[in-house]
Design a protein. Sequence first.
Length: 315
Amino acid sequence: INYYGYVVEDSPNNSIPELNWYMEEDDYTDLVTNHQTDDFFFPAVLAIGDAVFDNSQVRIKGEVSVSYPKKKYKFELPSGYKVGAPLFDIPVDEFMINRWAMPNMATSGEYFAWKTAEQAGFKIPQNKLGNVFKNSPGVAQDSQGLYLIIEDYDKQWRERNGYEEGALYKTGFTKKTRLNEDDSDIQSLVNNISTLTGEDLRLYLADNLNIPAVINDHALMTVIRAQDWGFDYNIYEYRDTEGTERWEYLPWDLDSAFALTYLETGQDWLLKPPVTGQHGDPNDLETALYQFPEYEEMYYRRSVELFNDLYGSDN
């Protein structure tokens, strides 16, 4: 940090937190025009609560969403600094702000999807809905709108939740931990679920998958109507390398959840085990798992349980 600042609050306190974001207009134009997909960071200043973070950085994130008017962004604070309240209970040094995935979806859908994931038993990233202003705090024309402000599955989160020791992959083969090792562990998983059959496949799945955790993720995706995922898209794969050596999923990128007009062509997909992933493409792991009736039955039982828990009350 080169400069230290303070915030003068000229509006009443709001129950929804605010993120005030400052950057040169020329930099912002360059960012949204020329750097939508290259992860290039630009300098920014963030004012959050009563703290000012000079010399922060911002970049655009996402894939399909980079073409929409409202972008998603990732912010990194300067080295040695973290932001806590009012955005996070546990301070973080990087975070993202997410909007809808498609023009007909609301940002609140992702917020409720993460709440559902937490209720289903997943350890989730901290997240909160917040108003974002760029360059003019509280000025309506400079409002960027309502965003979901969320932490990443970064090193802090992983250490806090017990996911740092094993092998963690993002959307297939992008390795995030144990970088001194190759990716032969996940390659072996892909090869075996694609080639083994019958009893050999059944035994392999039992030995190498955390089956209750995987099925819990599938049931979650069903009850929140999220189909925009697959083994190599919008998901994290984690192997408990130092313990059970079994694989499980971590849900990610839930901005298409509760999308009542998205992927409507497959009207009956909610009634089936999710043997397809992104846009209906075959998903080998799910296809391998649900050819066995006992796992299909587990999926139905857990889905019904989640439906009853989540939709059987006024919540």
